[in-house]
Structure formats: structure tokens, C-alpha cells
Design a protein around this ligand. Structure first.
Ligand SMILES: [Zn+2]
Length: 412
């Protein structure tokens, strides 16, 4: 004869010991190693949960428990809303071989009614729950990570070749605030690679075109336009409004300026450079890895390194490098994985060759070394050998130039 629901619960209660909310609180306060499993549905968890709990809805227990708790002898406390479903979950866990499982009597409601601490994550709208559902499935992102992305503020220097994939993918991923510095307008010659822009926007300021594209993709994103040339006068003020700076500039003065400002503000600079068929990407995290000046203390002589406008660039290349930059920015925001700090990914697209080079800090570096001599922003046009009378173009512009100057020096 089929068992009644009451019989099933009674059996589970006989198999799974129960503990009180106070017991659990005391064990958590003592920092005992225990896995606190919230076995309610995702929607219930979203409304609030016990700090430190892992969300593992009962329907996913079999599938996910080994990942969440690899040790079958580990102490596990399961809780649900009122203490019934966690008994059933406890029985399932025992059947799966977990030997040290208890259920919290009274569940989350009991815990909350006693005034014990709870946490409520950001409440996502219905639309956001669907939009970011693939992120929610990844334990490394989840709802906590998505909230971090939505709260993050990332600045793109340039809304061109690199800035396009960077801004598009960061916007799609739900990075909540994207700043764009670019004073250019959309030109027909940009469209071979700058996928933020479209044919009918030729002549439009690039930051405006970028904002239209980004908000058409994801209205969650706030776009902050800086329709100006990045300079020693405005860089600190602009950078200070953001958590992470992504470099998509097209000239050496801006490259040194962005580096120095990031070191001075201790903000990570996700760097990328492209030239013809070659590209590279790295993360300059001040005082954790090298900065751009550690690698290249001196700018190349003016005119020694041709720009993309002079030497050409394959249309797909900024997509590859920009996607790596977007990825690195997301890793930094989430605090997941190993960012490319002190490492540089180098792409030779013609050969299909990808290498990761190790980079070292220079203790003598003039901005991040032991005895820095550059402690405020300088005149970068002068530093790079461009007199004020023949300044070089637009500053934060569309493409990057030859990979960080002389790539051969990177191979040492
Ligand atoms: Zn340095």
C-alpha cells in the first residue's frame, strides 16, 4: 500500500535528527565547519536566507550536492521554510551517502521569527531573472555575482575597435554603469570593425551611437558619456568615478596617461592593443603586477610605430582582444578565476597562435616602483615627443596601436 504523506514525514523524522535554530546559530558563531544548505526553491531563497547558506533546491540535490559538499562525512545542516522539506532533503542526502546530516526545526520562518540575522540579496525583476538566468546557473556568478556586475562601474577609454566588443559584452553581462570617453564621430572607415556603430550613424558622436546600441541591447545599463579628449586635466576626475578602467585607446600619450592615472588612483587597468594581425591583452593591477611603464619606461620615438590608420588592422582582431578585456573586467568584478595580472595574452591571428607571456614589475619604475618620481600627471604629448603645436589627433580614439610598443621586448 502506498505510504501517506504523514508516514513519509514520520520516517524522515526518524532518520534525520533535528536541531533548533539556536543550535545552528551557536555553531555558526563558533565558525564550526558545517555546510548550511537552503533547500527551498530559488524564489524563496531570493526573498531572504541565513547568511552563509548555500542555495540548493530540493529538486537539484542529487545533481548538485557532490559539487557543493564533496566530503560525505561533512556536517550538513539543511533548512527549508518550516522544517518539513528539509527532513525529506535530509533523508535524500543520507540515501546519497551523507552520514552527518541534520534538519533545522522550524526552518527559515522560525529562524526569522526569533529575530536571528538574515540576508536579502538584491531583488531582481522578472525580466532580469530571465535575462541573467544563464549567469544564475553558474556558481561562480549566481545572484550575488550578478548583483556585483549590476553595481559595477567600468570606464572604456575609446568607443572604437576595442571599446565596441568591450562595451557590448559588458552591457550584455549586465555591468550596471559603463563610462565611455571618446571625442570622435562615427566615420565610414570605422564600420569594418567598430561594431557599436552603424551606417546610419555616420557623423554622430561615437559615445552617443554607443549609448543607443548599448541601451537597445540592455536597458539596465547606465551609459555615462564623456565626449571629450582624455587629458591630464580631466583623467583623475573621470577615472575616480569608476572601479575598473578598460583601455581601448589608439595612441601612446593616452596609454601613458591612463597607466599613470590608474597607478595613482590604484585602479585596475585592463589593457589591450592591436596591430595588423597581432594583438595582446593584460591586466595592470597597481602594486600587484607590473604597470605599463614597468614594461615600457620610454615611449617609442614619434612616428616609429605606425598606427592602425597607417598600417591597417584586421576587422576581427579587435573583437578577439576586446572580448578578452571584457572577460578580464568581469573576472575582476566577480573576484573569480586568475586575472591576467603579470601575464599577457598574445594573439597571432594569421598563425593561429596564442601565447601567455609572464611580465615582471620593475622596482625602478617611475610610477609604481620603490622610489616613484612621477607622482602627478605630466604632459604626455611632450613626454611622447609630440610638441603642443603638432598634437597627435584625438586622444581617446578608435583603435589601439602596435601591441604595447615593441612586442619583441615582451618575449624576453
Ligand atoms: Zn610600474
Amino acid at each position: 500500500m502506498a505510504k501517506t504523506y504523514k508516514q513519509i514525514i514520520d520516517e524522515a523524522r526518524a532518520a534525520v535528527p533535528e536541531v533548533t535554530a539556536d543550535d545552528v546559530k551557536a555553531r555558526l558563531d563558533k565558525k564550526e565547519p558545517l555546510a548550511l544548505l537552503d533547500v527551498r526553491e530559488k524564489e524563496e531563497y531570493r526573498q531572504g536566507y541565513i547568511p552563509g547558506a548555500v542555495s540548493l533546491p530540493r529538486g537539484f540535490l542529487d545533481m548538485r550536492i557532490e559539487e557543493a559538499v564533496p566530503d560525505k562525512k561533512a556536517p550538513i545542516v539543511a533548512y527549508c521554510a518550516s522544517g518539513t522539506r528539509s527532513l525529506l532533503a535530509g533523508r535524500t542526502l543520507r540515501e546519497l551517502g551523507y552520514t552527518n546530516v541534520v534538519s533545522m526545526r522550524g526552518g527559515y520562518q522560525g529562524w526569522k521569527n526569533q529575530g536571528l540575522p538574515i540576508r536579502e540579496d538584491r531583488q531582481f525583476t522578472q525580466e532580469q531573472q530571465v535575462r541573467y538566468s544563464r549567469h544564475f546557473l553558474l556558481p561562480e556568478v549566481g545572484e550575488v555575482g550578478q548583483a556585483k556586475l549590476l553595481d559595477a562601474k567600468v570606464l572604456c577609454i575609446g568607443a572604437g575597435g576595442l571599446g565596441s566588443p568591450v562595451a557590448l559584452y559588458l552591457a550584455a553581462a549586465g555591468v550596471g554603469t559603463l563610462g565611455l570617453v571618446d571625442m570622435d564621430t562615427v566615420d565610414l572607415s570605422n564600420l569594418q570593425r567598430q561594431i557599436l556603430h552603424t551606417n546610419d550613424r555616420i557623423g554622430m558622436p561615437k559615445t552617443e551611437s554607443a549609448r543607443l546600441t548599448i541601451n537597445a541591447l540592455n536597458p539596465d545599463v547606465k551609459v555615462v558619456e564623456f565626449r571629450e579628449r582624455l587629458s591630464s586635466e580631466n583623467a583623475m576626475q573621470i577615472f575616480s568615478q569608476f572601479d575598473i578602467i578598460v583601455n581601448g585607446c589608439d595612441n601612446f600619450p593616452t596609454r601613458y596617461l591612463a597607466n599613470d592615472a590608474c597607478v595613482m588612483l590604484r585602479k585596475p587597468l585592463v589593457d589591450g592593443a592591436i596591430w595588423q594581425f597581432e594583438g595582446q591583452a593584460t591586466v595592470f593591477k597597481p602594486f600587484e603586477g607590473p604597470c605599463y611603464r614597468c614594461l615600457f619606461p620610454e615611449p617609442p620615438p614619434p612616428g616609429a610605430v605606425p598606427s592602425c590608420a597607417e598600417a591597417g588592422v584586421l576587422g576581427v582582431l579587435p573583437g578577439i582582444v576586446g572580448c578578452v578585456q571584457a572577460l578580464e573586467a568581469i573576472k575582476l568584478i566577480l573576484g573569480q578565476g586568475s586575472p591576467l595580472i603579470g601575464r599577457m595574452m598574445h594573439f597571432d591571428t594569421l598563425q593561429g597562435d596564442v601565447r601567455t607571456l609572464k611580465l615582471r614589475r620593475d622596482p625602478k619604475c617611475v610610477v609604481c616602483g620603490e622610489h616613484p618620481t612621477v607622482t602627478k600627471l605630466i604632459d604626455y604629448e611632450m613626454f611622447c615627443g609630440f610638441g603642443p603645436a603638432n598634437g597627435n589627433g584625438n586622444g581617446a580614439g578608435s583603435d589601439a596601436e602596435q601591441p604595447s610598443g615593441q612586442p619583441t621586448r615582451l618575449h624576453a
